[in-house]
Design a protein around this ligand. Structure first.
Ligand SMILES: [Mg+2]
Length: 178
């Protein structure tokens, strides 16, 4: 197995935004080629698998401006820098579906776009879902208009088969449930 990695020659920061930054790295790759790589540096995200009862899953329908469509997805959120994914899952679960998980289990991480982005998506199973405490201060994100719905796993997989789930992180997540 080839374990050589790239050698960084120089780095130019092109953009720092609310969610990610864009860098252009001049690198010599393990192949020996020197090239400019445009890389999105991302703090990572958590993807929740909210299971209200065995054999069912809560998905959300939301508008995605980048593709100008309303789509079904697993709820997910960007990590704050250094944030523990399980803690983020508990917060995001309440924000996005209005339920607090009593138990969060970290399953595994995936890289959705390793060609140009270092984002890792960590999947967390969220169980024992309860309504939030009356004094909860968690608020919905202002840019998120979200409609949660409970599906059986069979129904969710039928949506995949029919092409009605087009979000890849959701497709991957559904394979993590028995
Ligand atoms: Mg979100």
């Amino acid at each position: 197995v080839d374990r050589r990695t790239a050698k960084l020659l120089s780095r130019e920061l092109k953009h720092t935004g609310r969610i990610f930054r864009l860098e252009v790295d001049r690198v010599t790759l393990p192949s020996g080629h020197t090239i400019d790589m445009e890389i999105v540096r991302h703090p990572g995200s958590v993807v929740m698998l909210p299971v209200p009862a065995p054999g069912s899953i809560i998905l959300i329908r939301q508008y995605r401006y980048a593709i100008d469509r309303w789509i079904w997805e697993l709820p997910a959120g960007t990590l704050k820098p250094g944030e523990d994914p399980a803690a983020a899952a508990a917060r995001e679960c309440e924000e996005e579906i209005g339920l607090v998980p009593g138990r969060v289990t970290r399953l595994r991480g995936y890289f959705p776009t390793p060609g140009f982005c270092d984002e890792e998506m960590v999947y967390c199973l969220c169980e024992e879902l309860q309504p939030p405490a009356p004094d909860s201060t968690v608020r919905k994100d202002e840019d998120e208009e979200i409609e949660p719905k409970t599906f059986t796993l069979a129904e969710a997989r039928a949506l995949v088969a029919a092409g009605d789930i087009v979000d890849l992180k959701t497709l991957a997540g559904l394979t993590l449930l028995p």
